[in-house]
Design a protein around this ligand. Structure first.
Ligand SMILES: CC(C)(COP(=O)(O)OP(=O)(O)OC[C@H]1O[C@@H](n2cnc3c(N)ncnc32)[C@H](O)[C@@H]1OP(=O)(O)O)[C@@H](O)C(=O)NCCC(=O)NCCS
Length: 179
């Protein structure tokens, strides 16, 4: 059963049917997908939404839907995930993706703060990382607002992005649970 998280302006909740098209619309917006290698076809977005709902319900963490208290409906996602890439240790990761109408209001940081607190306090994750393309300054600013610290030694070439692609170089930020 997915836990609902509350913040002053937001509710982070599980998926409902009406989120699926909003998720697909967001993924079809080139402004949102500027730092992703591929756009997501509609059918794949729909399949992802079903899988994310199931994973969130089963695991108790994953891709939460962000909803504004003052404007019901889909306002993006905040994510806790375990990344497992060949050649890398599994890592606990945080992430976010919001439709453009929800940018510039502090919602991504507010939502991410809530899921980060959940990861540290409830899931007892000892450390959280965030990665993004070196070009994704907006996302790096969210990481910094969360108090995450860039690990310059952790810069990486994303293993799933083709060699030579401008989005392949990634930065890595970390935050440790306060002991
Ligand atoms: C990355 C992304 C989530 C950042 O969104 P964002 O709206 O810039 O981030 P925040 O929610 O933290 O909002 C911060 C902005 O809101 C402003 N703001 C306005 N009202 C605010 C309030 N009440 N409280 C806090 N900030 C507020 C801040 O001043 C800041 O503005 P600035 O960027 O001009 O300095 C968004 O651009 C996005 O979804 N991008 C596409 C997907 C993506 O790249 N995801 C990351 C992949 S790794």
């Amino acid at each position: 059963m997915a836990t609902t998280l509350d913040t002053p302006r937001l509710i982070l909740r599980s998926w409902i049917d009406s989120d699926v098209e909003a998720w697909a619309d967001m993924n079809a917006d080139p402004r949102v997908m500027e730092f992703f290698v591929e756009s997501t076809p509609l059918q794949r977005s729909r399949e992802q939404a079903t899988r994310m709902r199931d994973d969130l319900e089963r695991n108790g963490y994953g891709w939460w839907v962000i909803e504004r208290r003052d404007a019901p409906g889909f306002a993006g996602v905040a994510v806790l995930d375990v990344v497992r890439w060949d050649g890398f240790e599994p890592r606990h990761e945080i992430g976010w993706r919001l439709p453009v109408h929800a940018w510039g209001q502090g919602f991504a940081t507010e939502a991410a703060r809530a899921v980060m607190q959940y990861a540290f306090d409830v899931l007892q994750w000892p450390e959280i990382i965030a990665i993004t393309s070196r070009l994704n300054v907006r996302s790096m600013h969210v990481m910094e607002r969360l108090g995450m610290v860039r690990d310059f030694g952790g810069d990486l070439e994303h293993p799933r992005i083709p060699v030579g692609h401008r989005l392949r170089p990634h930065v890595l930020y970390r935050k440790y649970r306060a002991s």
